[in-house]
Design a protein around this ligand. Sequence first.
Ligand code: PLP
Length: 387
Amino acid sequence: MSIKELDSQYIAHTYGRYPIVLKQGCGALLFDEDGKRYIDMGSGIGVSAFGSCDKEWVEAVTAQLNTLQHTSNLYYTEPCARLAEILCKRTGFKKVFFSNSGAESNECAIKAARKYGSDNYGNKRTKILTLVNSFHGRTITTLAATGQAVFHKDFLPLTSGFDYVEANNIDDLVEKTNGGDVIAIMFETIQGEGGVMPLTKEFVAKINEIAVRDDVLMIVDEVQTGNGRTGSLFGYMNYGIKPDIVTTAKGLGGGLPIGATLLGEKVENVFVPGSHGSTFGGNPVCAAGAVSVIERIDDVLLADVKRKSEYIFKSLEGAKGVKSVSGMGLMIGIETERKNTDILAEAREKGVLALSAKTKVRLLPPLNITDELLAEAIDILKEIIAK
Ligand SMILES: *Cc1c(COP(=O)(O)O)cnc(C)c1O
C-alpha cells in the first residue's frame, strides 16, 4: 500500500490532509516523496521556527539525545532548568510549568486560575472569560475555553465555568466582568485559528484595566503568537501589558513537542507538590531544542522578522484580488476575493505550502526564511490570488 493508503486505512480520520507525502526538508524548503520542491510558508503550523534540519537546532537536540533522553520529573535535569531560567529572565515571569502541547499549557493556566480563585475567594469566583472566535485547544476543557460553537457541538457536556466576550467589544467585556464572579480573562493577542485577527490596543487596555482593578487574572495564550512569531518575543509585548499567566508551545520547541505555562507574581506559588504534573513535561531533549530556539530569538532576529513582515504587507496590500492583510510579524492573514482553498491548492501545485485560517490564506513561514525564498513564494501567491 502507498503511504496515503496506509494512513487512511490505519489512522483515525481527524485530519483533512493535503494530498502530499512530505519526505525531507532543508531550511524553508520541503520535498515530497517524488522529490518535488515546495517553499514552506506554514512551518508545520508555526512550529519549525528555524525551518527543517536547522544545523544549530539539530546539534543542540542530538547532543542531548546522545546524553540523556528522559528521566521523568522525579529528578532534576539541566535543560528544563536552563530553559525556565531563560524564559523567566527574558519576560519577568517567576515560574514555569512545562508540558507537551498548546492545549496542555492552557489546561495548566486554567488550573492555576481556578486554584488562585479557590485560595483567595473560596468558591465565589470561578468563571473564566475567553473571547468569541478564540482557539485554545482540543481537550474537553480547552474546547470549553474555545469560543467557537462549531468545535463544541458534538462533544457536550464540556467543562463548565466559561463565558465568551466578543473580541474588541468593550461594552460586552464590561458587562460580562460586572458580576464579580470572574477570576480570569484568557485571550490570544492575535486570534490565529480564528482568522489572524489582532485585538485592538483599546480592547486589550480595557482588559488590563479590569484585571488590575478587580484582581482578575490576565491569561494570554501565546501558543501561536509566542517565540518571535509576531516580531516580539511574545505577542503581549506589542501591547504594553503584563499578563499574570502566559502559555506557549508551537514554535518554542522548534519542531519537538513542548508546552510552557509562565506564571507571574500572583500565581507563582499556587501549585504545590501534587497539584499538577506531566510525565513527559520538560523532557530533556525537547527542552534542549527549546533552549537553542529561545537563545536565537534576539533583537537582531526580531528586527529581521519585522522587516520581512513589512515586505509581505507592502507586496500584498492593495494587490489585485487581495481584500485585506492582517496580522503581525510573520503571522499573516490574507483575505482574498477568490476562495482561499482554491488558492492554497493552486499554490501547492506551484510549489508553495501555505495555510488557511477561516476564510483567509494564512502565512507562518520559518522565522529565518531567506529573502529570496520569501520573495519567490509571495510572487507565486500574488499571481494566483490575482487570477
Ligand atoms: C495551536 C493552538 C493551540 C493548541 O495547541 P496544540 O499543541 O495543538 O494543543 C492552542 N492555542 C492556540 C492559540 C493555538 O494556536
